[in-house]
Write a protein that binds this ligand. Structure first.
Ligand code: PLP
Length: 459
């Protein structure tokens, strides 16, 4: 399938971006202490740091912004968003929040009812894990083994290992499991999808043991499109019907709207039918996020989200979206660059452990590759490996990550195939020079979330 669809939209407003010279990039990187998070965005030509909140809105969304009702309570924009969310999910109750982690800080502590509880997930996203731990609970990841075999095609590498999950429930005791979290698509595994078959098994398990199933569904629409493309029996289904079937197999839906809702800010808590739990969430939303009819958002943000949620489910958009990611991935694979295969829904992951085996894990090989790509092509990416993982709190030693990834996240509706050609050429040039790359060490290391503010030097 080597055809890649053209975008189902045309450009009517542009934001200029500028390529810099190699000399300018060297100076910028030095001033940023060799940490791409510390670069001003103007020093970047193509920004693949994240796909979160970085997409382009449609003219329908911009028009909707003008209709925002900024009333503190009972905003018309809230009701419009609520109606859309109910229609898409079939759930009864909705609370807007400022972004995904806002939903997590409201919901997860309410589920961790006593100390020493566990959440089991196919894979916790990093803010989700942080909120599980802040709630005094433990996060267990339970993804299928195929996820770790990066060269072999498998259609649903984001799936939960159901046998292992049930073994954990029996082992730890049902009363100690606060919830089962299905991350769809599985962000930390490279945006790999979860099948409906797998979700059905997991949902049956949660019903058998009476445990709530939480869908962490920032990319639920991309997941639904993968189901249509890859799962037996779904090729004739409409995306919105597949998404609806996904929601039927969960109890609570948490969403960072900065992904598939095609907005720059926003999030959602959606509850299928438990009115008691909804009331508890509403109560906690007030001090943390805001009154439950705005939850930290402006009325106009809710308008744009209501439109974006529907556009995010349009099939021609989704096919092009997944094609863009696959296009970049295939280009790199053809040139011999080791990447997670098949590509996920929002990003291409380059295996830098394999690429730079001469750099030890505690000199952060993937960070070295990210920096080299910036110097080569003005492209910003992010390290997902031992630099991000940090130290063992008990021993103070650097933890070795199983993977050293350079993640190239593709913003939605933002770049063209020509931009991706430029990115691919940059990555391939760096790949050719991989043996010359050097490791890094800390000039300054923050105590928590070190990757954001760290200052690095080359060995
Ligand atoms: C982005 C994301 C979050 C957190 O959302 P924010 O909007 O960044 O706070 C949670 N879970 C998943 C799966 C995500 O991709």
């Amino acid at each position: 399938m080597d055809r890649f669809t053209a975008p189902p939209y045309r450009i009517k407003m542009i934001e200029p971006i500028k390529q810099t010279t190699l000399q300018e990039r060297k100076e910028s990187l030095e001033k940023a202490y060799n940490n791409l998070f510390l670069l001003p965005s103007e020093a970047v030509y193509i920004d693949l740091l994240t796909d979160s909140g970085t997409g382009a809105m449609s003219h329908y969304q911009w028009a909707a912004l003008m209709q925002g009702d900024e009333s503190y309570a009972g905003s018309r924009s809230f009701y419009r968003l609520e109606e859309t969310v109910k229609e898409i999910t079939g759930y009864k109750y909705m609370i807007p929040v400022h972004q995904g982690r806002g939903a997590e800080q409201v919901v997860l502590p309410l589920l961790a009812k006593h100390s020493d509880m566990y959440f089991i997930s196919n894979m916790h996203f990093d803010t989700t894990r942080a909120h599980v731990e802040l709630a005094g609970a433990t996060a267990i990841d339970c993804v299928v083994d195929e996820c770790f075999d990066i060269d072999t095609f498998s259609p649903f590498k984001g799936n939960m290992n159901v046998e292992k999950c049930e073994a954990y429930i029996k082992d730890l005791g049902r009363e100690n499991i606060a919830g089962i979290i299905m991350t769809m698509t599985n962000n930390s595994a490279g945006g790999q999808p979860v099948s409906l078959e797998n979700l059905r098994y997991v949902y049956a398990l949660t019903q058998k043991y009476d445990i709530p199933l939480i869908m962490d569904g920032a990319r639920f629409a991309e997941n639904a499109c993968f189901i249509k493309q890859r799962e037996k029996g779904y090729d004739k289904h409409e995306i919105k019907d597949i998404a609806r079937e996904m929601f039927d197999h969960a109890d609570i839906f948490l969403m960072s709207a900065k992904k598939d809702a095609l907005v720059n800010i926003g999030g959602l808590i959606v509850i299928k039918k438990d009115v008691e739990f909804f009331r508890e969430c509403q109560g906690r939303t007030v001090p943390y996020e805001g009154f439950p009819t705005y939850g930290g958002l402006a009325g106009r943000d809710m308008e744009a989200m209501a439109v974006g949620l529907k556009e995010g489910l349009e099939e021609d958009y989704l096919i092009h979206r997944l094609d863009q990611v696959r296009y970049l991935s295939e280009k790199l694979r053809k040139a011999g660059v080791p990447v997670q295969y098949p590509a996920g829904g929002h990003a291409v992951f380059v295996d830098c452990k394999n690429m730079c085996s001469h750099i030890p894990f505690d000199q952060f090989p993937a960070q070295s590759v990210c920096n080299a790509l910036y110097l080569e092509a003005g492209v910003r990416t992010v390290e997902v490996g031992s630099f991000l993982l940090g130290r063992d709190p008990k021993t103070g030693k650097n933890i070795e990550s199983p993977f050293e990834w350079m993640r190239l996240a593709i913003p939605r509706r933002t770049y063209t195939y020509a931009h991706l050609d430029h990115v691919a050429e940059g990555v391939i040039s760096v790949y050719m020079k991989r043996k010359e790359l050097k490791g890094l060490y800390f000039e300054y290391e923050p105590k928590v979330l070190r990757h954001f503010m760290a200052k690095l030097k080359y060995v």
